[in-house]
Design a protein around this ligand. Structure first.
Ligand SMILES: [Zn+2]
Length: 366
């Protein structure tokens, strides 16, 4: 009888556990089974009566208990079973139920473990794919849009396009704060400029003036031909920490493609005739070019004194190409406040920040 109660309690416990369906550890099941067997063994030893179904059926094989019940029923067909026999039969039936329930739980558990294993495997596969993607080189940057402020501004130029890497990694970049120059007898710059046909473009970064061929700058036994000139506000370069309201950059190239840049600082003063000619011929729309029928003499832009600073630097806009010979005239050129104001309406700020000089040699005229 005690055995029956123990078995009933076991069944109740198992049913409750499976009803909750908590993800039990696999060790949970074996823990129940030995207890069950121990109870049955104890009862057998006490009563001495054979209990056919006492053998706890192997989990997962509930059918094997059915034949065990039948012989017990057959053993006493001719008389009414005693109370003990009835208890034994009830025990056998309960044992079979428990075995079936255990088998069901085991199957459920196996299904859960299989699902968990599959999820783990899937996660591992995803992690492996992500690791592979991280290892692969990033797509080559090929942006073409840059600005002077915000996300596409100077600090990010080097990342926008792979060909602009020098903007971020270069060590001989422009502009710089020109100071501690070595005062030497610098060679005079030879200007061979003439009144020339020109056109004016508002290219979205500055006002640029294209000049027809035949204007040369001679320095270091090389002839550089004037290509164009353009404006920045404020001046990009500084001289001993001092910036200017604007600067004009005249871009020259020699036969081998080497670039020589002439910088003319602009300060407030009297109107500048060449600049006025440019302003008079500004295109009405950004991206458009106006090609007037008049001529412009680049000589009119130059200051009277020809002393200058010189150093090796770069273009101050993408692609920030290095190996550029810079010449910055010491004497500023004057332009009227109205001329300055007109440009500031188009471009209030279009200057790259100062770059590290990194110990570069700067020479200046005595
Ligand atoms: Zn420039």
């Amino acid at each position: 009888m005690r055995n029956l109660i123990a078995l009933s309690a076991c069944y109740l416990v198992i049913s409750t556990a499976s009803a909750i369906d908590a993800p039990a550890e696999p060790k949970g099941l074996p823990a129940i089974r030995p207890n069950l067997k121990a109870a049955a063994d104890a009862e057998k030893a006490k009563s001495g009566v054979a209990v056919p179904a006492e053998k706890t059926p192997a989990a997962g094989a509930p059918k094997s208990t059915t034949p065990a019940i039948k012989p017990a029923a057959k053993a006493v067909p001719e008389r009414k079973p005693s109370q003990r026999e009835q208890e034994a039969m009830a025990e056998a039936e309960l044992s079979a139920k428990i075995a079936a329930r255990l088998a069901e739980m085991k199957a459920n558990q196996a299904a859960r473990y299989a699902a968990a294993a599959k999820a783990k495997k899937d996660a591992a596969a995803r992690a492996a794919a992500a690791a592979l993607a991280a290892k692969a080189p990033p797509p080559r940057a090929n942006g073409t849009v840059w600005t002077y402020e915000g996300e596409l501004g100077p600090s990010n130029w080097g990342r926008i396009n792979a060909d602009w890497a020098k903007c971020g990694s270069g060590s001989r970049q422009s502009p710089i704060d020109i100071r501690d120059g070595m005062k030497v007898e610098l060679e005079q710059i030879g200007f061979d400029y003439h009144p020339s046909a020109f056109n004016v473009t508002d290219n979205g970064h500055t006002v640029q003036v294209q000049v027809s061929g035949g204007n040369y700058l001679n320095i270091g036994n090389r002839m550089y031909e004037l290509q164009n000139f353009h404006f920045h506000r404020p001046s990009e370069e500084r001289i001993n920490g001092r910036g200017f309201e604007m600067v004009v950059h005249l871009v020259h190239k020699d036969g081998e493609g080497r670039i020589a840049m002439l910088a003319l600082m602009l300060e407030r003063g009297k109107p500048q005739p060449a600049i006025q000619t440019v302003w008079n011929n500004l295109p009405l729309e950004k991206g458009e070019t106006s090609a007037p029928s008049i001529v412009l003499d680049p000589n009119d832009l130059l200051p009277q004194k020809r002393e200058y600073y010189t150093y090796m630097g770069s273009l101050t806009t993408p692609p920030c190409t290095e190996g550029v010979l810079w010449m910055v005239m010491k004497e500023p050129v004057q332009a009227s406040p109205a001329q300055m104001a007109l440009f500031s309406r188009l471009y209030p700020f279009n200057a790259r920040p100062i770059q590290a000089a990194s110990g570069r040699m700067i020479k200046e005229s005595n």
